[in-house]
Design a protein around this ligand. Structure first.
Ligand SMILES: N[C@@H](CCC[C@H](N)C(=O)O)C(=O)O
Length: 279
C-alpha cells in the first residue's frame, strides 16, 4: 500500500527545503528516508527538510533535518520559509508567529513588502554553546588544520558556527577546508563553516559549508554568525548586507544580549506528493 505524503518545495536565497505539514498529516521519517528524499537525482533534492508540528509552548514547533538525515536545532532561511508556509497553507491567520525550535523560541514575521524578518535570539559566544570555546575566553581562536593555522571566530546562533575571514570568497577553498573544519576533532558536534569577505563596514560576501549538507547557496544562521563576529570584533557595523551566491540577507544586531534580526526572501517553488515506500 502506498505511503503518500504532501510536501512543498521552497527556497530562501537559494537555500532549498522540502517542507512537510506534520499538523494535518501523520509523519514519521527515518534518517535513511530523509537522505533518500534529499538526493537530487533519486529523490526530491534539498539542503534541509522542515517538519511543521503542533507545539505546547508556541504557535508551532519546527523540526529541521540536514540532507544527511541528522536533526539539528536551528535554520535561519528555513525559519523564513516556515512562516510563509504556515500562512499560505492556512494553518494560521497571523503574520507573526512564535516557533518552538530545539534551541528555543524564535519569532518570524511576514512583512508587507513580502520579505520575512526573524528575531533569531541573541548570539552565544560562551563555552556551553560551542564546546570548542571551552579552551579559551576569547572570540577568535587558532585552529590547526592539516598543519596550517587558521584564525577562526566561533559563535552559536542556536547551532554552531566557525567563521574565517578571507581575501576573496570566490577563490577560497570552501569545499576542502570547510569539510576539514566541519569534521575537526575540536568540534565534537561538527560545525557550520563560513568564509567571509569584508567589502565595507556594512557589507560582506559569504559562502558557507554547512554541517550535514555541504556548501549551500546561502545560510541564514551563517549570515547571522558572520555579521555578529564582524561587529563584535569592530570590523563591521549594524546593519550588515550579506551577499551570498543565492541572494541577499540583511542582518541587524545591537551587541551583547540583544537579538539578531535577519531579513530576507522566502519563496514557494512547487508542491507535490510522494510515496515514501517507493523511494
Ligand atoms: N541552512 C541553515 C542552517 C541549517 C542547519 C545547519 N546545517 C546545521 O547543521 O546546524 C540556515 O539557513 O541557517
Amino acid at each position: 500500500m502506498a505511503n503518500m505524503i504532501k510536501f512543498t518545495k521552497m527556497q530562501g536565497a537559494g537555500n532549498d527545503f522540502m517542507v512537510i505539514d506534520g499538523v494535518t498529516q501523520s509523519i514519521s521519517l527515518s534518517a535513511d528516508t530523509i537522505k533518500k528524499l534529499a538526493n537530487r537525482q533519486f529523490g526530491i533534492g534539498f539542503d534541509q527538510l522542515l517538519l511543521v508540528e503542533s507545539s505546547a509552548v508556541a504557535d508551532f514547533k519546527y523540526r529541521i533535518f540536514n540532507a544527511d538525515g541528522s536533526e539539528v536545532s536551528q535554520c535561519g532561511n528555513g525559519a523564513r520559509c516556515f512562516v510563509r508556509f504556515v500562512v499560505d497553507q492556512g494553518l494560521t491567520q497571523q503574520r507573526e508567529i512564535s516557533v518552538e525550535t530545539a534551541s528555543g523560541i524564535i519569532t518570524p514575521k511576514l512583512e508587507d513588502h513580502g520579505l520575512v524578518t526573524v528575531n533569531m535570539g541573541a548570539p552565544r559566544f560562551k563555552p556551553d554553546a560551542i564546546p570548542f570555546v571551552a579552551a579559551s575566553a576569547a572570540t577568535h581562536y587558532a585552529l590547526e588544520v592539516n598543519d596550517q593555522a587558521f584564525n577562526i571566530a566561533a559563535v552559536s546562533m542556536g547551532n554552531p558556527h566557525a567563521v574565517l575571514t578571507v581575501d576573496d570568497v570566490e577563490t577560497a577553498p570552501v569545499l576542502p577546508l570547510g569539510s576539514a573544519i566541519e569534521h575537526h576533532p575540536r568540534f565534537p558536534e561538527r560545525v557550520n563553516v563560513g568564509f567571509m569577505q569584508v567589502m565595507d563596514e556594512h557589507h560582506i560576501k559569504l559562502r558557507v559549508f554547512e554541517r550535514g549538507s555541504g556548501e549551500t547557496l546561502a545560510c541564514g544562521t551563517g549570515a547571522c554568525a558572520a555579521a555578529v563576529t564582524g561587529i563584535q570584533s569592530g570590523r563591521l557595523s549594524s546593519p550588515v548586507k550579506v551577499s551570498a551566491r543565492g541572494g541577499e540577507l540583511s542582518i541587524a544586531w545591537q551587541g551583547a544580549d540583544t537579538p539578531v534580526m535577519m531579513t530576507g526572501p522566502a519563496v514557494t517553488v512547487f508542491t507535490g506528493e510522494i510515496d515514501l515506500d517507493a523511494i
